[in-house]
Design a protein around this ligand. Structure first.
Ligand code: FBP
Length: 552
């Protein structure tokens, strides 16, 4: 394998563990905390999880290891989108397993949850693991988005587990994957299989967090990577002074990624989907809000700027959601074929005009033509509009241009407006994990094995106190059912982990809100630069502004 100098250097990096996990496996004991309840719908969740509901929270501490010795054969999967640090979760798990007993085994099931069903696996050894230490990506075993949720799948997984003598399965994933981990744990317990199931909180989106889980891994590195790029663009904008840059960032429905990048880089504009929904803002109101900043800056001679747009923004605009619902209805079933057979865009436009309500058509009609066409061309396998594919960075740039043209005609705006567009997502998902993510992930994996060794199932590996140095982090476990409530999914009531959206009364948003008027007019950009892996701790071990503000 050809290695870059950084890759070689990172192989040698020794991730920092929480204090209570240092000093050897034989010196880790358990402190059993209070019994837990789910965050809502307690009776329903309890009824659905009779074997795993209401368990106690767990904290590890220094003391004699009292777990019963047992040969361990653990299976691990990576699930969903890549997030920096996934390799270190596997490495931490492997090291804890082998430190306990060299005869213990770790199997990696390939390509995500489907690897468990298809029994596609490798057995890790030192040589294999060493090539992935402190590196980005999920290529150690690959990932996938198959959902493990049906009884039939659980039966197959039970057979696969039996075949290999698995004692435990570790699922590294986001809210959906960990919801499925809880259901699998319950199934395994109900069928007396003896297989424990432990989850680890992953996603760059930052939306798997709650009072127990302070951060999902990968959010730190991904947002640092995007912030570096945004800072570089800000400096380019401030040098050339001729472009407004519209930058969309990944993050699915939640705007945590956009907000963190804004806190890191102080752009002129950052839209927050959750606020747009709360204020029921229209597309036109959002475009006016951005145009106000462009106009004020132009009055100071600054015909440049930077606007950050969260990936899920349009879903939060109420009139846009209604439009999408009507389009899905309009093209349901055979009507898609009828629509596709129409000879040209003019005929299609006519079909749309006749099919939509007057309100929905009014919204459709203000969209630039490329977005109108995107709404009808890009459909998912169920025939629904794929909202995440809408180029909202271009949509808002175009709408702002129209607003400014009107203001120019009215004589209120005299500036110039030239735009550039960017979408940052995949650039950050496989970056070399920051020291924070390298340490956090290794600790999550190591800790996951301690939960296994002590016999726990249906728990999420939990490492907290993350805004403090790693030595002071607290390792333990939380029953996944504690994080669950009942939500409507595909027309059915389902037990799920509650997704965390940006809280408008939370400290990160409040800080942003108290500064954004100034940032909208002045050039207050900050340039975070590239992630630093070696050097002073205050530069290399810093975590996110979000976490720092949340934890005071
Ligand atoms: P997870 O929720 O699985 O962690 O994925 C996060 C994410 O990166 C989102 O930000 C993005 O919308 C999505 O994955 C993209 O998915 P894909 O990799 O399938 O294109």
């Amino acid at each position: 394998m050809n290695l870059s100098p950084l890759q070689k250097a990172r192989y040698a990096y020794e991730p920092k563990l929480p204090g209570m996990l240092r000093g050897g496996i034989s010196e880790i004991s358990v402190k059993v905390g209070a019994a837990t309840e789910s965050v809502a719908d307690q009776d329903k969740i309890k009824a659905l999880f009779p074997n795993t509901y209401g368990k106690n929270e767990i904290t590890f501490q220094k003391g004699a290891n009292t777990s019963a010795p047992k040969k361990q054969v653990v299976g691990v999967i990576l699930s969903g989108g890549q997030a920096p640090g996934g390799h270190n979760v596997v490495c931490g798990l492997y090291d804890a397993i082998k430190a306990t007993d060299r005869g213990n085994v770790l199997l990696g099931f390939k390509g995500g949850p489907s690897g468990l069903i298809e029994d596609d696996f490798i057995e890790f050894d030192d040589e294999y693991i060493d090539e992935y230490r402190n590196t980005g990506g999920f290529d150690i075993i690959g990932s996938g988005r198959t959902k493990l949720e049906t009884e039939e799948q659980f039966k197959i997984v039970t057979e696969v587990a039996k075949k290999h003598g698995l004692t435990a399965i570790v699922i590294i994933g986001g809210d959906d994957s960990n919801t499925n981990a809880a259901v699998l744990a319950e199934y395994m317990a109900a069928h007396n299989t003896g297989v424990q199931v432990i989850g680890c909180p992953k996603t760059i989106d930052g939306d798997l967090k709650n009072e127990d889980i302070e951060a999902s891994f990968g959010f730190d590195t991904a947002t640092k990577t995007y912030s570096e790029l945004i800072g570089n663009i800000e400096r380019d904008a401030n040098s050339a002074k001729k472009y407004w840059h519209f930058i969309k960032v990944m993050g699915r429905s939640a705007s945590h990624v956009a907000l963190e990048c804004a806190l890191e880089t102080q752009p002129n504009i950052c839209l927050i989907g959750e606020e747009v929904a709360a204020k029921k803002m229209s597309l036109s109101a959002i475009a006016d809000y951005i145009a106000d900043s462009v106009e004020k800056r132009a009055a100071n001679g600054d015909n440049f700027g930077v606007a950050i747009i969260p990936e899920g923004i349009v879903e939060f605009v109420p009139e846009f959601s209604s439009l999408i619902a009507e389009i899905n209805e309009l093209l349901a079933g055979a009507k898609t074929e009828e629509f596709n057979a129409l000879p040209d865009w003019a005929a299609k436009y006519d079909f749309i005009k006749k099919g939509l309500s007057a309100e929905a058509f009014a919204v459709f009609d203000i969209l630039p033509q490329f977005v109108q066409q995107q709404l009808f061309l890009e459909r998912d396998p169920h025939g629904n509009v794929q909202v995440s594919l809408i180029e909202s960075e271009k949509l808002f740039a175009e709408m702002v241009k129209e607003k400014l043209a009107a203001r120019k005609a009215a004589g209120t705006y005299k500036g110039k407006f030239a735009t550039q567009h960017h979408f940052f997502g995949y650039e950050g998902r496989c970056a070399f994990p920051s020291n924070f993510d390298a340490d956090y992930c290794y600790s999550l994996g190591y800790n996951a094995f301690m939960l296994i060794q002590y016999g726990y199932t249906g728990y999420l590996s939990k490492v907290s106190n993350l805004s403090r140095p790693a030595e002071e982090w607290v390792a333990g476990g939380m029953p996944i059912t504690k994080m669950m409530n009942i939500e409507r999914r595909n027309g059915e009531d389902k037990p799920v982990i509650r997704k965390a959206l940006v809280e408008l009364d939370g400290k990160p948003f409040k800080y942003f809100e108290s500064n954004r008027e100034k940032w909208a007019v002045e050039t207050a950009f900050t340039y975070p630069g590239a992630i630093q892996y070696y050097g002073p701790s205050e530069v290399c071990d810093l975590t996110t502004r979000t976490l720092a503000l949340e934890k005071g």
